[in-house]
Ligand binder design. Structure first.
Ligand code: ADP
Ligand code: MG
Length: 745
């Protein structure tokens, strides 16, 4: 008897186990059992031998007429040919083997009746089936009945590899299923409530189904397992989080927060007020807040974050703001120090009495600046510390870290979140995560299931909507000319423009991986493994348009006379910062850039965004990109330049972006079109590998029910002491997540 945790070696033998591990990373019986068939084949109805057509997969019932066997000419081994007939036609079955095939010759003797299935081809004018599957009928068999059964049998087709084929996997699977003894981790009551079959049945059924109904029933049960176990993990995390103590930081009257509010040049939107009040209340509690704040680009999340940070500073603590890129960290630093004015200048001439200090800590700081920032964080002089991943380093210490704010969560994993929170000493800091990627409900429940959620649904008043148009550069070249004219017009009115390209270009690395911008490569269509490049994508074989090439062309041609600058991830950090500063200050008209500008960059005077080879970007990414313009008083315009075919999928995607400003609609579309893993992001790799059958969009209802059941189970038995099989399943899930994470890191 074998259980899920047994190594495959012990069950299927060394050789098969080695291939399964090397080619498919399957180590245990459980791993193999969850290597589900990609699809099923049936051998199909019987075909008349007289009507065989090349390329078809057929099953024929026929009698062996003649068998010959001969050694191969150029290699060791033999060829066996059996001619079979059904009285109407002939077909030759060919079998190649490394050695002799006497055993087969003995099976296929003239006069024997059998069912043969395979793909039809023609060789030297004769129809043949190479290496057909076959089953011989015994003299007493009801031939018609046997034929029907054989033809209808469902054969699983597995994701396979060069070293190990689907039939070989099926063979190992049969061995495992024959000796399998699983304990069902799903509590009986839950199974009964939702009409789910047992786990053993489900595993047997999905690998050896009787019919389609069987497959559906088994898949449903196995999906439930995936959803339920993940939700149990999340429910446990929520429970544990609720138990963590944190220093309460209730709002204090007359402090920095009040002074900041008084300085704000605008009224908070209703959404900002609501989310702000919720956060203010939670910061006052003695256990840690875990909140996700989502809202469109420009919806005003940063203001909420600053207010939360100031409440904590007023309460004697410090706040850390973690940004995903250097550019963003610096921008936050600049805009927050500016907003705070004298409130952020403690110890400086002109600093307010209650003032604090804001420190910036990034990888590119010089030694002296770095030492100063570290000191300000450790001594507590800096109430607010802003930084990139550099904040996670061990040397970084805080006097009293009370709040961690993470901007753009999808770039950080749970572990990084925890690394920063660990710096709070005994208790835990409060946590606020902000994301501009609208997250469909099921994704939120799955990926961010351990966080509470606030959503900003409106943009601050007075924002002008962004108009978006597709520019079909291949069909209508004059549209592209018109695009550059628009850029010139806008610059003529003193406004600014982004031109975004999918590639950096130039240098010896042209076309290589380093040519795309670091953190963003995984979000580009057609950029490396796993990401689905559409067949109808622009430009056929030509490389995507590059920042350096295009900037050159524009400066000399269409945009001659304008101040053009380039920004991309290969620039040294200080240069990047200088460019961004210059653009923000208005001394650059046109910024030709990669997606480094994507998240959070705020230059209200920028009104036009031209996105080159727009079909290379994901829907949500385009939506985020265009959020960079129209942030000020002037209307924003986004032009999606593409050479993709008019009716192709890529163009439909672009048309959808042009047609709506509803980020939720677009993120759903994104989820439909991209592989789930890409949406969940690399940091969620472990979770991704545990979701094999579940699809976040289609299984929304199931996930919701599983979440309720899981919550109930964990509330009544947090450690799962009474459910040992479930406890084991959850432990295996966590170990896998951990292993995947370590591998990535
Ligand atoms: P997000 O981080 O959600 O993309 P920001 O917080 O950066 O958005 O806000 C975008 C811009 O809108 C900033 O310039 C900010 O000062 C401004 N803003 C924020 N809230 C309001 C408001 N209630 N009314 C007017 N402008 C606002
Ligand atoms: Mg922002």
């Amino acid at each position: 008897m074998a259980t899920g945790e047994d190594p495959l070696r012990l069950v299927v033998g060394d050789k098969a186990a080695k291939h399964l591990e090397k080619a498919l990373e399957l180590q245990t019986v459980g791993d193999l059992l969850r290597h589900y068939p990609r699809r099923y084949e049936t051998r199909g109805e019987l075909t008349d031998l007289a009507s065989l057509a090349d390329g078809e997969y057929v099953t024929v019932q026929a009698e062996v007429a003649k068998v010959t066997s001969r050694p191969m000419r150029n290699r060791r081994g033999s060829i066996l040919e059996a001619t079979v007939t059904d009285g109407h036609g002939l077909v030759v079955l060919t079998f190649f083997a490394k050695g002799r095939q006497d055993w087969r010759e003995r099976q296929l003797t003239p006069g024997v009746l059998g069912l043969f299935s395979g793909q039809v081809s023609t060789f030297r004018g004769k129809r043949q089936l190479a290496h057909p599957d076959y089953e011989l009928l015994e003299a007493g068999d009801d031939a018609a009945h046997a034929a029907a059964e054989y033809a209808a049998e469902m054969i699983p087709v597995y994701p396979a590899a060069k070293e190990i084929t689907s039939p070989q996997i099926a063979r190992s699977m049969r061995i495992v299923l024959d000796v399998l003894d699983v304990e069902d981790p799903m509590p009986r009551a839950i199974r009964d409530r939702h009409g789910l079959c047992g786990l053993g049945d489900a595993l047997r059924g999905i690998h050896r189904p009787v019919d389609w109904a069987d497959v559906q029933r088994c898949r449903h049960r196995l999906k439930w397992d995936e959803a339920f176990q993940l939700q149990v993990v999340l429910a446990q995390r929520r429970l544990a989080a609720a138990a963590y103590s944190a220093a309460p930081r209730p709002r204090v009257a007359g402090g920095l927060l009040d002074a900041y509010d008084a300085r704000l040049p605008f009224e908070l939107t209703v959404g900002q007020q609501l989310a702000g009040a919720q956060i203010a209340d939670e910061l006052a509690l003695d256990h840690a807040m875990h909140r996700l704040l989502q809202g469109e680009v420009g919806s005003g999340k940063t203001v909420i974050a600053v207010r939360a940070m100031l409440q904590v500073v007023d309460g004697g603590g410090q706040a850390a703001l973690l940004a995903p890129t250097e550019v963003l960290a610096q921008q936050h630093y600049r805009s927050i120090t500016e907003q705070l004015g004298p409130l952020g200048q403690a110890g400086e001439l002109g600093g307010a009495e209650t003032a604090t200090r804001v420190a910036l800590l990034t990888g590119s700081l010089g030694a002296a600046a770095r030492r100063r920032a570290l000191l300000e964080a450790a001594s507590g002089t800096a109430g607010i510390v802003i930084g990139t991943h550099a904040l996670l380093e061990e040397q970084v210490q805080f006097a009293d870290l009370g709040l961690v704010v993470i901007d753009e969560q999808h770039r950080f994993g749970v572990e990084q979140r925890d690394a920063l929170r660990a710096k709070a000493g005994d208790g835990r800091p409060h946590l606020l995560v902000m994301t501009a990627t609208p997250i469909p409900r099921t994704v939120a429940m799955t990926v961010f299931g351990d966080l509470e959620m606030s959503t900003l649904t409106e943009l601050p008043a007075g924002r002008s909507p962004i108009a978006t148009h597709v520019v079909p550069a291949a069909e209508k070249p004059h549209y592209l000319e018109r695009t550059w004219e628009r850029v010139r017009e806008e610059a003529g009115r003193g406004r600014q423009c982004y031109v975004v390209c999918p590639r950096i270009g130039g240098g010896p690395g042209g076309g290589s991986g380093s040519d795309q911008d670091g953190a963003d490569t995984d979000r580009l269509y057609g950029a490396g493994d796993g990401v689905s490049a559409d067949a109808d994508q622009a430009g056929g074989g030509r490389p995507p348009i590059a920042v350096l090439d295009l900037a050159d062309d524009l400066e000399r041609g269409a945009l001659a006379g304008l101040r053009v600058a380039v920004l991309h991830g290969r620039l040294p950090p200080d240069e990047k910062d200088a460019v961004m500063l210059a653009f923000a200050a208005g001394s650059v008209d046109v910024l030709v850039t990669t997606t480094v500008v994507e998240v959070g960059v705020d230059v209200p005077n920028a009104t036009v965004m031209v996105i080159m080879d727009a079909d290379r970007f994901g829907v949500s990414q385009l939506h985020q990109l265009r959020g960079r313009v129209g942030r000020g008083r002037h209307e924003g315009l986004c032009l999606l330049v593409t050479e993709a075919e008019a009716d192709g999928k890529s163009r439909q995607r672009l048309d959808a972006v042009a047609a709506t400003l509803d980020g939720f609609k677009l993120s759903r579309l994104d989820l439909e079109q991209r592989r789930e893993g890409d949406v969940l992001g690399a940091a969620q790799a472990g979770r991704r590998s545990s979701l094999k059958l579940l699809t976040l969009l289609q299984d929304e209802e199931l996930i919701g029910e599983a979440r309720k059941e899981a919550q109930h189970v964990v509330e009544t038995d947090p450690a799962l002491a009474g459910l040992p099989a479930l406890a084991t399943a959850v432990r295996v899930l966590l170990e896998r997540e951990q292993a995947d994470y370590l591998e990535k890191a």
